[in-house]
Design a protein around this ligand. Structure first.
Ligand code: PGA
Length: 234
């Protein structure tokens, strides 16, 4: 079973989500299809798609105007939440420590955190990719999470760029993540690849060793792009 997780970021509408749900309702897939949508769109149901949020507060409750707690997300019926997406790390200065706190709140409330790690172009050019990934895996994951989390490798320079790393580079990064997870006693944790996934490249990406699924941004927004992705993951 592979994961196909869409991340709508700050796009779409309740109407476009309902359209996606309707157009996917007859799809047969062995895989797990999830859409992580803006908070205001949570609460829909589907037989094919599970739902998730894109961020969660690191606090349980209280005077944190504008934040949304893990309990609130769970109450909508959502099962997943992305934490530490590169856009949160970049625009909201989220560190590995903050990401770990957010993942812990998600787990406390029965949500599966999708913990994102990945290098910037500067880090890649400086030859630091594997160090950055290793630190993020070691520092962003709470304790005692066997079979409760998903990790996503998202090379930050390839997100939304229409380019992907080579097959060898993806395989290498996923091997490093898998080895770190194994060292932490987390063998079997699904490791998703994310950045510029589309219907044309998904079959090749999914066949790379240690790739347990994909995290799809732009191509998850429209049914005529997202449905072929689902169908091309065998
Ligand atoms: P993209 O985004 O597929 O548009 O590159 C991926 C992501 O940010 O999760």
């Amino acid at each position: 079973m592979k994961f196909i997780i869409g991340n709508w970021k700050m796009n779409g509408s309740r109407a476009s989500l309902r359209d996606m749900i309707q157009k996917t309702e007859k799809i047969k897939t062995e895989n797990r299809v999830v859409l992580c949508v803006p908070f205001t769109m949570l609460g829909e149901t589907s037989d094919v798609i599970s739902f998730g949020a894109q961020d969660v507060s690191s606090h349980e409750r209280g005077a944190y105007t504008g934040e949304v707690s893990a309990a609130m997300i769970a109450e909508t019926g959502a099962k997943y939440v992305i934490v530490g997406h590169s856009e949160r790390r970049m625009y909201h200065d989220e560190t590995n420590d903050i990401v770990r706190e957010k993942a812990a709140r998600a787990l406390d409330n029965g949500l599966i955190p999708i913990i994102c790690v990945g290098e910037t172009m500067d880090e890649k050019r400086a030859g630091k990719t594997m160090d950055v990934i290793t630190a993020a895996v070691r520092e962003s994951i709470p304790n005692d999470v066997k079979d409760k989390i998903i990790v996503a490798y998202e090379p930050r320079w390839a997100i939304g760029a229409g380019i992907t790393p080579s097959t060898d580079d993806i395989a290498h990064a996923h091997r490093v993540i898998a080895d770190n997870l194994s060292y932490m006693g987390l063998d079997g944790t699904p490791i998703l690849y994310g950045a510029s996934v589309n219907a044309g490249n998904v079959a090749d990406i999914i066949s790379i060793e240690n790739v347990g699924g994909v995290l799809v941004g732009g191509a998850s927004l429209k049914p005529d792009e997202f449905i072929p992705i689902i169908q091309n993951v065998k």
